[in-house]
Design a binder for this molecule. Sequence first.
Ligand code: NAD
Length: 489
Amino acid sequence: PTMAHSQALLVLENFIGGKFVPCSSYIDSYNPSTGDVYCRVPDSGKEEVEAAVKAAKDAFPAWSSKSPLERSQILNKLADLIEHDLEAFAQAESKDQGKTITFARTVDIPRAVHNFRFFASSILHHVTECTEMPTMGCVHYTSRAPVGVAGLISPWNLPLYLLTWKIAPAIACGNTVVAKPSEMTSVTAWMMCKLLEKAGVPPGVVNVVLGTGAKAGEALVCHPEVPLISFTGSTLTAQRITERSAPHCKRLSLELGGKNPAIIFDDADLSQCIPTTVRSSFANQGEICLCTSRIFVQRGIYSEFLKRFVAEAKKWKTGNPSDPTVDVGALISKEHLEKVRNYVKKAQAEGARVLCGEGVDPVALPPGNQKGYFMLPTVIAEVKDESCCMQEEIFGPVTCVVAFDTEEEVIKRANSVKYGLAATVWSGNVGRVHRVAHRLQSGLVWTNCWLVRDLNLPFGGMKASGIGREGAKDSYEFFTEVKTITIKH
Ligand code: NAD
């Protein structure tokens, strides 16, 4: 870029010990809806992580000795400050990630605010256990204490939403943190750092180190003084993190990929099911770990479902993410778009039918978005269960629809992937809904709805979708160390 051009770029800095610190080298970050480099992100490594861990360690004694109420008040203040700037955060998230401004305004940023408010409240309500042993003259009780410096690593699909889902419980419990957001979506984390001092978060309690997974991420995972890592991202990266952290026996929470089924029985209310399943397939360009990508429809309603589903999918408008009438924005990167498109090509090569979207319908984009990474919502039918499109996480606006006959059969087929994150079941028969929900290998099952969350309850996946759960009690347990104390009287 020319000098004039590079001056116009947004340049981010790390946030260490309460101060913004420049880095010696930077990486480019793209605006997915235009294809232009618009931002420079620090390319941090060992040195920056070292400084951040030191700052977090120094801040730990004072922060961990504050009462839960004091910490709660600070978290609430931070929530208020983010909410006050909601529109600026939403604009930044949409520009950085490619998601629609509507999604950022109504889902990402409100949820980031809610994460802080929720844990500000929930931290006040935990009780520990106590048992009595009268014959021994003993009382036992448990106490919980923060662990120390928590390493938090998050992905690019829901940037501030997922990062704050980790920061909030970690600091509410009294830990200090070193957070590493995705190098592709670092802007809102950096913006949040600007509010920390005003919220009353002491220097060093929240440190943000920006950079790639291979450099900054691994330095954090391998740091001997970071005893726990909370990671959300792909299963492949989780394997690497598990290996690299093994010599230190770290505590890991791993929230990973999914290949989520929707099971639609012939007694489902299609007027609810169809729009919701279109949303569960294509919301945020299909870039949500909880998105539906395998739709099993009972044979009696299969043709009707397919016809209505495709018609509904076609209503979703793809285009400039900052246009509030747009439903589908840009995918995160050129490489990711290529990867998602290749899945559609492979399905076609195997004889599947693409009913709408990629390669079938024309994409009409405004002049400024011609170089953006756009793809239409794509529905594939007649695809075999063994096909990579039915087995692998695509993480884009692509969903497969197949027919089934019996309950027994569909449970088996739904479970026949390596993942087990989320599932939806659609039926008016309450007995069937319970039976099927119990037998699905899935950390979350939504029946007759999707993405309705109560943060009190465990979130996380089975099989290759993760290890551990997060949520009020689960996050509290992960981010604290328990001790059993026995008193003889
Ligand atoms: P990713 O695994 O490539 O990256 C996630 C984060 O890990 C990024 O910050 C990245 O820089 C970092 N990282 C990469 N390599 C690393 C390494 N060797 N050591 C340490 N850190 C490293 O994932 P992504 O492409 O950013 O995100 C998409 C994936 O995330 C999908 O698989 C999706 O299903 C999953 N996801 C899961 C959930 C969930 O809650 N289960 C939520 C959202 C996304």
